[in-house]
Design a binder for this molecule. Structure first.
Ligand SMILES: *[C@@H]1O[C@H](CO)[C@@H](O)[C@H](O)[C@H]1NC(C)=O
Ligand SMILES: *[C@@H]1O[C@H](CO)[C@@H](O)[C@H](O)[C@H]1NC(C)=O
Ligand SMILES: *[C@@H]1O[C@H](CO)[C@@H](O)[C@H](O)[C@H]1NC(C)=O
Ligand SMILES: *[C@@H]1O[C@H](CO)[C@@H](O)[C@H](O)[C@H]1NC(C)=O
Ligand SMILES: *[C@@H]1O[C@H](CO)[C@@H](O)[C@H](O)[C@H]1NC(C)=O
Ligand SMILES: *[C@@H]1O[C@H](CO)[C@@H](O)[C@H](O)[C@H]1NC(C)=O
Ligand SMILES: *[C@@H]1O[C@H](CO)[C@@H](O)[C@H](O)[C@H]1NC(C)=O
Ligand SMILES: *[C@@H]1O[C@H](CO)[C@@H](O)[C@H](O)[C@H]1NC(C)=O
Ligand SMILES: *[C@@H]1O[C@H](CO)[C@@H](O)[C@H](O)[C@H]1NC(C)=O
Ligand SMILES: *[C@@H]1O[C@H](CO)[C@@H](O)[C@H](O)[C@H]1NC(C)=O
Ligand SMILES: *[C@@H]1O[C@H](CO)[C@@H](O)[C@H](O)[C@H]1NC(C)=O
Length: 854
């Protein structure tokens, strides 16, 4: 008998013969399917499967199965693809389990809904040959073993909707979207996808792109490709690791919903984003976006709060220096490390890589930072720039001609990049290094300062550059530049070198007195120390302490050192006291080493000389920065810096107190014994009064009272009884100084205020007093007041009259840590940037030597 389907088919005979075979197949499969499902779907009885509820046939061939939300369990027969006429399969929201059925070669299949089941795996190749497929939806299959986006789907060139959210996908999104000319919805949220957005997204017809909330490390790389996806209307990329700037989306005129929060996007928000015609809903919070806070039109729902690196909290333009530096960062593609450090509206605050003098940017050092991109002409707007280091990156493009307009420029190092184009002509004042850029064209007769050196990618080599043009510097300038350059390099080293090198000990051991000579001239170490300090000349003095004078010096290998020359003479009482301190310090410092205790590099004894050699701390003492910043031309310490310093000191002292073998008491903690690195990290110095403490905390030792008035705990001053709580008291005093900017003892103010601890403890009774007592140079915004209260309160506890009422240093550290973390929630600040005194020191040192040009 003639089948109505085949009547219209020209090859009736062929059709008939096929039909006989496959009719049997569908019946067999359908009865197998009915058996596999529990409970049996309602209305699935009798042999006429085409009449079963939810089943549609065409000429006895199954074309559609629809069994959504029927609480079905069981495992689908694997040969589901024998239903070769199937166009639609809807089994969503049941509890089907086992492997996913193979759909391969179902060339009529158009829609597949299998969401919300309990499948366990997706067999290889099961989506092969689905040439008619338009919709594949398989969300919320959380028990699937990890699988990857099947590449065979590229055969489904009509695919319009691919929804694989929350299905345990791993790996990257394959770059195959050129094959999906009709794809509109791509939903891959809540998987464990990684890698970058595929390039073939560009030019696609995707309207809904859901890639949010990847569970593992997340999708990464730039989101530039969005700018070429002009059909986009809804983009959910939140909770990934995307980096780089937000592209210009002005061609995405249908975009109404853009969720970008919780990524690592950097750069200035493009103005075009604020004028997108269809935009209704946008989130940008929890990124590292820079520049001005964007403002969106009325009717746009936006989220911006949470971490970002905007220059201000309110809408408004950035400081012009910020704007210029952001242009500079743009040239490099807004790298993350600049975005995390370059926050706020004051580049001279604590921005990495930037050194200022009196609010002017004089040095930018971005040497060896893996930068790519180009050198922005915006550098030419930094009119006070003296030193620019861009060496050792992978920069392309040319050296902007505007650089010749930088009249203050003295050092320009672009060596070891991939620059091209012409070299501008610099004045002879400029030390210019462009070695290691094979494509650079040197239009002969370049400026006199050009160093035709063969760059090694390292810091400029001292011997190579020495003397090339140093004589043209005024000596004041030299000192300034040397200092700044050293500071800068140390900062860079501190922040970005994390290598754990062995401490490089300067080998200045006890000087031997050579028999037969009366003097000390043959003791080599002393000679060295005399030479590097210009025979202890006045202009090398860094400071004076109770027991000696401290000089600065620089060893042959470039190591900068601080030399303490103890006042010592055998006959005087003062001398023997100095001798005790000398030995106390050596004994102590040779036993301990901690990153918040200043390191002893060596020492030297001779008949009339007792010398201690320390690492050099370029920013000097806390006293200078806290009380004499104006006189020294420093920027006042920010609250953040003060809390970090407090924590550093607390950790150093905690370490002293809690040494396993033997615990120590510093006894003379005060700002002049707190030394600062270039990034304002602190180390405790001066262990001349250190005492080893009894192991039982409740015990104490009685000693001759020594220390400094104003910081001395009452019980110690009265009785000489010393416990670790003496240091806690002194630390509390330092905290008060950090809060108020006032010295522990100040005779220039009315008597009732002159003893800081007494006065501060009095006003502490009313928290409202605190804000009036805070250092005028602090910029009080709401965020920091909270933190100031906590520190003020801690200072009160630490200076309690009875030692047992004071916390121990471990507690102090615990109070301070969250205050510091408030600014660095993600980065473990404490672990970063420490091991400076290894070979990196050399790096810093040779710089200073070059620049001094001697
Ligand atoms: C699908 O069809 C191709 C050729 O049309 C064939 O080679 C392949 O074996 C088929 N796959 C299955 C699973 O039937
Ligand atoms: C899904 O399958 C797992 C076993 O693979 C089983 O433990 C779980 O109960 C099932 N969940 C549902 C909702 O059926
Ligand atoms: C994501 O996948 C990686 C391997 O591809 C795996 O190590 C990690 O545990 C997964 N994360 C989650 C949250 O599933
Ligand atoms: C927008 O599209 C036009 C025309 O294709 C193109 O010239 C322009 O560069 C595009 N703009 C962006 C920001 O991609
Ligand atoms: C905007 O998006 C957020 C997050 O997806 C959503 O909670 C909110 O309802 C959306 N608002 C509008 C107006 O669409
Ligand atoms: C530069 O990149 C290399 C390799 O990716 C890495 O090892 C190095 O630490 C990076 N240097 C800096 C300063 O980020
Ligand atoms: C320099 O700054 C001016 C004004 O702030 C600006 O118009 C100009 O574009 C800047 N130049 C460069 C090269 O960025
Ligand atoms: C340098 O400055 C002058 C005047 O200030 C200006 O005319 C010139 O265009 C600048 N050169 C470059 C290359 O920017
Ligand atoms: C240097 O830049 C050129 C283009 O200016 C590029 O072709 C080449 O691959 C680059 N070399 C390196 C090592 O990046
Ligand atoms: C420059 O250094 C390279 C290796 O870094 C060396 O092969 C080359 O000979 C050197 N050129 C000169 C002029 O010293
Ligand atoms: C500096 O140059 C000298 C001599 O040209 C060489 O011996 C030394 O190894 C170089 N040092 C560095 C760090 O390149």
């Amino acid at each position: 008998m003639a089948d109505p389907y085949c009547v219209f088919n020209s090859e009736v005979l062929l059709c008939l013969s096929l039909l006989c075979a496959v009719i049997a197949d569908d019946a067999a499969f359908m009865s197998k399917l009915a058996e596999a499902l529990t409970p049996t779907p309602s209305g699935w009885s009798g042999s006429s499967f085409c009449d079963w509820q939810g089943v549609k046939c065409n000429a006895n061939r199954v074309t559609s199965i629809s069994l959504a939300s029927q609480e079905l369990t069981g495992t689908l027969p694997t040969n589901l693809n024998s239903l070769s006429q199937l166009t639609s399969l809807s089994l969503q929201d049941n509890a089907l389990s086992g492997p996913f059925p193979s759909l391969s070669n179902l060339s009529m299949l158009q829609t597949v809904f299998l969401d919300g089941n309990n499948f366990t795996s997706v067999p290889e190749g099961c989506f092969q040959g689905l040439t008619s497929l338009q919709t594949l939806s398989l969300t919320d299959s959380v028990n699937l073993s990890p699988w990857t986006i099947p590449s065979e789907l590229t055969q489904s060139s009509n695919l319009a909707k691919l929804d694989l959210g929350n299905t345990n996908l791993v790996g990257s999104i394959p770059d195959v979207f050129g094959s999906f000319v009709s794809l509109q919805e791509l939903r891959l949220s809540y998987n464990n996808l990684t890698g970058a957005l595929p390039k073939s997204f560009a030019g696609s017809s995707i309207t809904n792109l859901w890639l949010n909330n990847q569970k593992g490390s997340g999708l990464s790389g730039s989101i530039d490709v969005l700018s070429e996806m002009i059909h986009l209307s809804q983009v959910w990329l939140q909770k990934n690791q995307f980096t780089g700037p937000i592209p210009d989306l002005s061609n995405c005129t249908s975009l109404f919903d853009l969720q970008l929060r919780d990524n690592r996007l950097t750069g200035v928000v493009p103005p075009s984003l604020m004028s997108l015609p269809s935009l209704q809903n946008i989130s940008l919070d929890m990124n590292v976006l820079q520049g001005p806070v964007p403002s969106f039109g009325e009717g746009v729902q936006f989220a911006l709060d949470g971490t970002n690196s905007f220059c201000r909290k309110d809408v408004g333009p950035c400081d012009v220096r910020v704007t210029t530096l952001l242009d500079v960062a743009k040239g490099f593609g807004y790298p993350l490390k600049l975005a995390t450090s370059w926050t706020g509206n004051d580049p001279c605050g604590d921005w990495s890589f930037v050194v200022c003098a009196e609010g002017k940017i004089i040095t930018v050092n971005l040497a060896k930072q893996n930068l790519t991109g180009t050198i922005s002409p915006a550098f030419a707007n930094l009119t006070d720039l003296r030193n620019l280091y861009l060496n050792g990156n992978n920069l392309e493009g040319s050296i902007p001609g505007g650089f010749t307009n930088l009249t203050e420029l003295e050092v320009l190092d672009v060596s070891n990049n991939n620059l091209s184009g012409d070299v501008p002509k610099f004045s002879s004042k400029v030390k210019f290094n462009a070695a290691g850029n094979d494509l650079l064209v040197r239009s002969g007769g370049s400026g006199g300062g050009t160093t035709p050196s063969n760059g090694s990618g390292d810091a400029p080599n001292k011997s190579r550059n020495a003397g090339s043009s140093g004589s043209s510097f005024s000596s004041a300038l030299i000192v300034g530049i040397v200092f700044i350059a050293v500071c800068f390099v140390v900062v860079v080293v501190l922040i970005f070198k994390k290598r754990h090198g062995k401490f490089r000990r300067v080998n200045i051991q006890k000087g031997r007195r050579v028999q037969g000579f009366e003097g000390e001239r043959d003791t080599i170490p002393i000679q060295v120390l005399r030479r590097v300090t210009n025979d202890f000349s006045e202009d090398k003095i860094l400071g004076r302490g109770g027991f000696g004078v401290v000089y600065k010096g620089e060893l042959n290998d470039g190591t900068r050192i601080a030399v303490k020359r103890m006042q010592y003479s055998r006959s005087s009482a003062m001398g023997s006291m100095g001798m005790n301190e000398f030995h106390a310090e050596i004994t102590f410092l040779s036993k301990v080493r901690h990153r918040h205790l200043v390191a002893l590099l060596g020492y030297c004894t001779d008949d009339n000389e007792r010398l201690l050699v320390y690492e050099f701390m370029p920013q000097g003492t806390l006293t200078q920065h806290l009380f004499y910043w104006r006189e020294n031309g420093y920027v006042p310490l920010s609250w953040k810096q003060r809390v970090v310093i407090a924590l550093d000191v607390a950790r150093g002292v905690e370490y002293l107190h809690s040494l396993a073998q033997q615990s120590f008491i510093h006894r003379d903690l005060k700002p002049s014994n707190i030394l600062l690195d270039d990034d304002m990290r602190a180390k405790v110095a001066d262990f001349g009064l250190i005492k080893s403490a009894p192991n039982d905390v409740n015990d104490s030792v009685w000693t001759r009272v020594a220390g400094t008035f104003g910081y001395m705990a009452p019980e110690y001053a009265a009785t000489g009884r010393v416990t670790t709580k003496v240091d806690v008291y002194a630390f509390g005093t330092v905290l008060m100084e950090l809060v108020t900017g006032r010295k522990a003892l100040d005779n220039t103010v009315p008597e009732e205020m002159s003893h800081l601890v007494s006065w501060f403890r009095r006003i502490l009774h009313n928290m409202e007093n605190i804000s009036m007592a805070t250092d005028q140079s602090l910029n009080l915004d709401e965020g920091i007041m909270e933190s100031i209260y906590k520190v003020a309160e801690l200072a009160g506890h630490c200076t309690a009259p009875e030692p047992h009422q004071r916390p121990d240093m471990g507690h102090v550290v615990n109070v301070l840590v969250p205050l510091v973390q408030q600014w660095n929630p993600t980065c473990t600040h404490e672990e970063e940037g420490y091991d400076l005194i290894n070979e990196n020191t050399y790096y810093a040192m040779s710089f200073s030597e070059i620049l001094s040009g001697r």
